[in-house]
Design a protein around this ligand. Structure first.
Ligand code: GZL
Length: 319
């Protein structure tokens, strides 16, 4: 008992010495919005991870607008939170507000998207390797198609966001040496199902009904599901007439896969907050700076991976 008490006193002393109250931490989280199933899951998991750690989480949804995120971050600074988590909707325009947080000695951690800013303006970024995600998707298509001519329709993520920039780059790297595979049309669907469907409808129209379309590469599953709807309404068979490859591995893409309407997806974990909280605690406890990038895993799933079983396993996880 004595040792436990002594341990508690030391812990209390350490947290007080580090200038953080012995009470639970207060963290402000500026979330992009709820544009996709994956984003909804990230929000759910972040709240669960905060609860698990007794962290007081102040949540702000920006409806996919950077100005709303900047306003929320300024609010967190004014409230004197212990740390700020940001999922940055686009890659630029953050320097000023991050400098304000730095002046107040409030550590900032980026979740799921990178930014173009001096690295001393944030503690670390917890993201996947988005170029690699695009390359995995492209490599799958190259293997699937072989030497056949293949006209690809690309549904890009939010313009100016790091995943849209990087996933495009990785896919293009994968197909660069395969002249039979070409991205014929490419447009943003803003990571949403609705816009993914609308853009795919316009592609099918522009392609004279879509019979020559060989594949869709969507930067996320939600846009792929929208595209699948548009392809079916055009009287074509997604998954066979037109191959579908995307990223996130949300439950709905596995349902489509089980019906033969989608072919491949690259998994993105919705749990960026767990590693972020761990890095923050280590930093607050002994000022141990984490690496500037904490990378999460990426895994390819295809119809060979028992999609219904994966769907059942994932559907309860907050998507
Ligand atoms: C990628 C993440 C993307 C998801 C989309 O890390 O930022 O944002 O792939 C979401 O589903 O909209």
């Amino acid at each position: 008992m004595k040792r436990a008490l002594a341990g508690a006193v030391v812990a209390l002393g350490m947290s007080l010495a580090s200038g953080v109250s012995a009470q639970s931490l207060t963290v402000g989280f500026s979330q992009i919005g709820s544009e996709s199933g994956w984003r909804a899951a990230e929000t759910t998991v972040t709240k669960q991870e905060a609860e698990k750690r007794g962290v007081n989480l102040k949540f702000a949804d920006a409806q996919q607008k950077q100005e709303n995120q900047i306003k929320a971050i300024r609010g967190f600074i004014a409230q004197g939170v212990d740390a700020i988590f940001i999922a940055p909707v686009v890659a630029t325009g953050w320097d000023a507000v991050l400098k304000e947080a730095k002046e107040e000695k409030i550590p900032v951690i980026l979740l799921d998207r990178e930014i173009e800013a001096p690295k001393d303006l944030y503690l670390t970024a917890v993201t996947s390797n988005q170029v690699y995600e695009g390359k995995v998707a492209g490599d799958w298509l190259v293997k699937e198609i072989g030497s056949k001519d293949c006209k690809v329709m690309e549904l890009q993520g939010t313009t100016g966001s790091s995943p849209a920039i990087n996933r495009k780059k990785g896919f293009e790297q994968a197909i660069a040496s395969h002249s039979n595979i070409k991205i014929a049309r490419s447009q943003t669907g803003d990571f949403t199902r609705t816009k993914g469907k609308e853009v795919m409808e316009s592609f099918i129209k522009a392609e004279g009904g879509g019979k020559d379309i060989c594949a869709v590469y969507a930067h996320n599953d939600d846009m792929a599901v929208g595209a699948i709807q548009a392809i079916k309404e055009a009287g074509l068979k997604p998954g066979t007439d037109i191959k579908i490859v995307s990223i996130d591995a949300v439950p709905d893409i596995f349902q489509a896969m089980a019906k033969g309407e989608a072919n491949a997806t690259v998994e993105l974990t919705p749990n960026m907050a767990g590693p972020a909280f761990d890095a923050l605690n280590a930093f607050l406890k002994d000022k141990k700076e984490p690496p500037k990038w904490i990378q999460t895993e990426s895994k390819l799933y295809t119809a060979k991976d028992d999609p219904l079983k994966v769907y059942e396993a994932k559907k309860g996880l907050g998507y």
